[in-house]
Design a protein around this ligand. Structure first.
Ligand code: UDP
Ligand code: MG
Length: 316
């Protein structure tokens, strides 16, 4: 059995040797062959050079260097396309995903699971942040038909057929958490505690990126927000008409009292705001259609230790 370890890397020159050493050590007494598929996602530091060094020292370390920074989702996809293993582990470069879990993951794979997911417990996270995360997953799960769990990230083991299934999903806007849930197959979960980042700066997830990611999670999976727009629009319009009727009656019965200015302005602002909001929702979907319709590749390869496997060449 061949296990591929796919690692998306962006500015990870300091961590990579350590990561490769730790994973290799874990795999020493596991009866499976190992290959690394390191993906350099347009790093500005010497990540590609470090990968080349690692490759020349140990040919089991394969690498792909993308032509620019395409984002983690695309880097993961590149890694999956290049992976030749019967099973694939996806993990971060920064050792926040403890390599020791791979042993347990492989055991669960052998028991017939196609996906083995590592679930990070949130102790140690700032209180506000974990509250927000919990709220967000509540919302997502209320809107989206696949179940996405809190703490479940990209650290997971996939069987070959799960990888092939993922490679068939060619959408341009990729939201992996949802895609993993969408393909289904028997899935097992392992809990682990979050580790501090090794080398490099803290998480690159700024509030803005988190927010964008959150919107992606909801938008890329269904059209519930459009549905919501219809309902809210309906409710507001009904209320507005009801109120207008009341005003007419009041004017007929009590005569016209001049003011009414506040009501008017309130109505204009309220409805204007709603319209803008839902125009935004619709625009978001139209934008997605625009991107999908271009059929651009998800990534471009600038350099690689070897060719893309033939089987993956037709993949997205
Ligand atoms: N990463 C990437 N492309 C990017 C940003 C990040 O390939 O544009 C990689 C990064 O090198 C790391 C993983 O994705 O291996 C997770 O990134 P990070 O540690 O910054 O995020 P967090 O741990 O906070 O989720
Ligand atoms: Mg990290």
């Amino acid at each position: 059995m061949l296990l591929s370890v796919v690692v998306p890397c962006h500015d990870e020159e300091r961590v990579l040797p350590e990561l490769v050493a730790q994973v290799t050590a874990v795999m020493e007494d596991i009866p499976a062959d190992l290959e690394f598929v390191l993906v350099d996602d347009g790093s500005r530091d010497r990540t590609t050079e470090v990968m080349q060094e690692l490759h020349s020292r140990d040919p089991r370390v394969r690498y792909v260097s993308l032509s620019r920074n395409f984002g983690k989702e695309s880097a993961m996809l590149a890694g999956l396309a290049y992976a030749r293993g019967d099973a694939v582990v996806i993990m971060d470069a920064d050792l926040q995903h403890p390599p020791r879990l791979i042993r347990q993951m492989l055991e669960l794979l052998q028991q017939g699971n196609d996906q083995v997911v590592a679930r990070r417990t949130r102790d140690g996270d700032a209180f506000g942040r974990s509250m927000l995360a919990r709220l967000y997953y509540r919302l997502v799960n209320a809107l989206v038909e696949v179940r996405i769990e809190d703490g479940v990230g990209d650290f997971r083991l996939l069987s070959r057929r799960a990888v092939d299934a993922l490679l068939q999903l060619g959408e341009y806007n990729r939201f992996s958490k949802g895609l993993f849930a969408w393909i289904g197959f028997p899935t097992a979960t392992i809990d682990y505690r979050n580790e501090a980042r090794f080398g490099g700066d803290a998480s690159r997830w700024t509030l803005r990126r988190l927010l964008n990611y959150g919107i992606d999670g909801i938008m890329s999976f269904n059209n519930a927000p459009l549905r919501l727009a219809i309902y809210v629009g309906l409710v507001v319009t009904t209320l507005a008409f009801g109120y207008a009727g009341y005003l007419v009656v009041a004017a007929v019965v009590g005569g016209i009292v001049v003011p009414g200015y506040v009501t008017l302005v309130a109505a204009v602002i309220g409805l204007g705001g709603l319209q803008l909001l839902f125009l935004g929702v619709i625009g978001e979907y139209v934008g997605r259609i625009y991107y999908e319709s271009k059929h651009r590749p998800h990534f471009l390869v600038a350099a690689a230790s070897d060719e893309l496997p033939a089987a993956a060449r037709r993949a997205p």
